[in-house]
Design a protein around this ligand. Sequence first.
Ligand code: CTP
Ligand code: ZN
Length: 152
Amino acid sequence: MSNTKELKVSAIKNGTVIDHISADHLFKVISILGLDKIQNQITFGTNLESHKFAQKAIVKVADKFFEDDEINKISLVAPYAKLNIIKDYEVVEKKSVTIPDEVVGIVKCVNPKCITNHEAITTRFSLVDKKEVALKCHYCEKITTEEHLEIL
Ligand code: CTP
Ligand code: ZN
């Protein structure tokens, strides 16, 4: 870690730093990962300066190392997120997120007539395009795109 840069959010000893989240999606990331329900120490910063986004957010979760399946869920709202795995204050690994082929739960189907919007059925989608968020509903076959993405 360079000493010339000032950390806007304190460094953590062990855990996961999720960087490059667009500020307007920060709270969706927190809810998708269930960070509002765990006991780990969590720090975050938002509306920080960034080259990539107008404003970026960062989340640091102490003593938590996510499974790929778990962390990839945030790709729906934070496709450019960068994960930094921290062990004993050092960044030991950097990872990107990938959009999963199957999305179960999390997202609401765009089709108002879809059965998942009327009955207690968990939504289920398959990814139709690797490069963008375009999710085909398993029940009604309608496609939910990023601009209509609503997180449950
Ligand atoms: N970090 C942290 N605690 C540590 C080490 C790093 O919270 N003990 C955070 C840094 O604040 C940074 C991220 O983890 O947000 C990645 O750290 P590092 O690779 O050192 O920073 P950069 O080189 O700026 O990473 P990038 O180029 O990916 O933005
Ligand atoms: Zn549907």
